[in-house]
Design a protein around this ligand. Sequence first.
Ligand code: FAD
Ligand code: NAP
Length: 748
Amino acid sequence: MRVRDDRSAQGRGGSGSPRAQVHGTAGSQGRTCAAAAGGVTGEPTPIASRETHCHLVAGLRNARWDPPQWTSPKQQNGPTRGSATLLGYTAKAGSDTAALAQPPPPPPPRAPTSPGSVKVGAVPNRRLGSVRGVPVSSPPGRRARLSYPGTGRSSSEAREELRRRLMGLIEGNRVMIFSKSYCPHSARIKDLFSSLGVECNILELDQVDDGANVQEVLSEITNQRTVPNIFVNKVHMGGCDRTFQAHQSGLLQKLLQEDSAYEYDLIVIGGGSGGLACAQEAAILGKKVMVLDFVVPTPQGTSWGLGGTCVNVGCVPKKLMHQAALLGQALKDSRKFGWEYSHQVKHNWETMIEAIQNHIGSLNWGYRLSLREKAVTYVNSYGEFVEHHKIKATNRKGQETYYTAGKFVLATGQRPRYLGIPGDKEYCITSDDLFSLPYCPGKTLVVGASYVALECGGFLAGIGLDVTIMVRSVLLRGFDQEMAEKVASYMEQHGVKFLRKFVPVMVQQLEKGSPGKLKVVAKSTEGPETIEEIYNTVLLAIGRASCTRRIGLEKIGVKVNEKSGKIPVNDAEQTNVPYVYAVGDILEGKLELTPIAIQAGKLLARRLFAGSLEKCDYVNVPTTVFAPLEYGCCGLSEEKAIEVHKKENLEVYHTFFWPLEWTVAGRDNNTCYAKIICNKFDNDRVIGFHVLGPNAGEITQGFAAAMKCGLTKQQLDDTIGIHPTCGEVFTTLEITKSSGLDITQKGC
Ligand SMILES: Cc1cc2nc3c(=O)[nH]c(=O)nc-3n(C[C@H](O)[C@H](O)[C@H](O)COP(=O)(O)OP(=O)(O)OC[C@H]3O[C@@H](n4cnc5c(N)ncnc54)[C@H](O)[C@@H]3O)c2cc1C
Ligand SMILES: NC(=O)c1ccc[n+]([C@@H]2O[C@H](COP(=O)([O-])OP(=O)(O)OC[C@H]3O[C@@H](n4cnc5c(N)ncnc54)[C@H](OP(=O)(O)O)[C@@H]3O)[C@@H](O)[C@H]2O)c1
């Protein structure tokens, strides 16, 4: 592991060095804003160790400054416990930062620099607490906090966390200024950097909620109690006067020219939902960012553009094909509403594919444009670690290029699994192939019984194909099983066949073609029974494997769950190697959904580069299975709620409902279903929300926000419904499941 030295080890903090423990700041007591603030020696100090807050860098008086030295932690003479180095390798004894035990390799060659190329103010001032630059990460309209709100944390923990965040800001920004918006000295400093054409990040302490705490911790770190408090390339300059002196002596310019040891502040491997969100946010925060995205073609040769699974082979084409199927149903309904048409209506697969692929193409282009606009370097190459802080990028032609960065985010996502039976990779397709399949798949066997299987099987049946879904065990494992069975029951009534408790053991090609003919041999999971059937297409939807095995993680010691391939991270999405983070589908124990990957990526960038503390909240995440009759849910399934809270503590309210639009069309009554699970001993709080019906995704989204706010049954009852909608059913739920009363509906 490469560890960047704290500039104290050789000739400074080390033996015989003039290591300064700076105490007190001239005239600073009780002041909040002072021109003369700075170390008593008047010398800029690098922020290096939590134990040794300030290390003398060089004499301002003789205007000499030594470039930073590189050493291993062992070489450092400073204390080892909690020795925060400049890259945030906070190595606490006994922590899981095992890689710290190894001495770091020498630093990589420096990238060419273009100091001053970005001007102060170039980064949009999007958040409160920012004057120029992007110092804090509160969403617009919200006051920024750098420390945790004091819930359940000891003040020393909160303080330590705040110190860590401040160190992050200092280490993560070339120029970091702690100032106050009304302070004239701070204004002079901002003008100075502005005149030098240097981008700087500014935290206005009077505009953050916990500015006083920040100032206190800062004074512990620097022994300077006043603002402005200025850091350049991690070196503590001091206050206004000291910085102007450094400018006059040329030291400031010298410090500014010292480029980062790495070519990039951040390299993101994987340009999907999570990776792009993180890369773009980091770039907005003024960081030098690269994103690598490379699609390894499927065994059938399918490949696609920038944007990852969601855009190319996931949510987007899936929802559009779901819509194609819904339109078929709407066509049937339309006659009842007076539409007359004589010629036979049929679906054209090729037309649908072309339209959807055109849309996806425009999204791919949009992503590239957006990266360019934000000055994110996009490289269409496969990334893998070769050593600490260094990756190899291999492009389609096999050309290799090496890049270095201070921080890395893994966002490589997942790819469909194969069965490992004869004929699977040769003849079967997966969702990676389906959405751009150039021909109609015909009679299709879908293997699997979760999201992808039910959604794909559902829309294929919806456009008129003969579809069988082969279920190994249960439907929608992990979901509320009552709801899962209702989803399947609707599908069965609308032509989808379910083959339960079977798994394929062989796929054999009988005829080539587009589509050809495949013989599938399947075996019962409950006995010796074997069955055979002929299909045009076999779609495997048996889950997805994380792309973490061939990205050189073993070379830098990133832990991977051997069995699942998933990456364990802490609640800040940090792996066991402190400069490597991960977001999205590859995270162990997290949900595999686009909005989660995006949220985690964006918040991670803000924490890494803007001092934010906001973490991704993985609780009460709503989701929808876009089966022919959509199933939306948020919170706990009934099974899980019973497991966690015990049946006697719960009240379940439920009902069937008949969408008004279905009545005239003569569609099934008592099919759509609404259910909430309430915790009786927590004010009847809604802990599970389930809806099966048209537009379930849209309905669930709104109620998910209410659940985030702690929705109770009483609040639902107090909410006035919108009539006539499906969502209004949740405002009138009266029948409890435990009452056993009839929930069938006679009318609207
Ligand atoms: C059929 C289907 C339908 C779905 N529908 C929904 C839905 O309706 N709603 C929803 O919320 N979620 C849905 N999902 C899940 C959603 O697509 C994922 O959760 C989301 O895309 C995960 O984002 P990610 O950033 O983790 O990974 P991805 O979006 O998968 O991005 C990873 C990217 O990294 C690239 N990559 C991998 N390794 C490397 C490497 N070494 N070097 C360079 N690049 C690399 C990959 O090619 C890919 O482009 C669906 C998934 C599927 C398969
Ligand atoms: N609408 C959405 O938001 C949406 C849509 C699609 C995908 N996604 C995301 O994508 C992820 C992947 O979804 P997924 O449906 O591909 O996978 P999944 O949820 O992991 O389900 C895999 C399914 O395949 C079955 N299976 C596994 N191995 C099998 C085998 N060898 N033979 C036969 N069947 C086998 C499983 O059965 P068992 O239960 O017996 O193990 C299960 O039904 C999901 O977690 C989801 O978050 C989201």
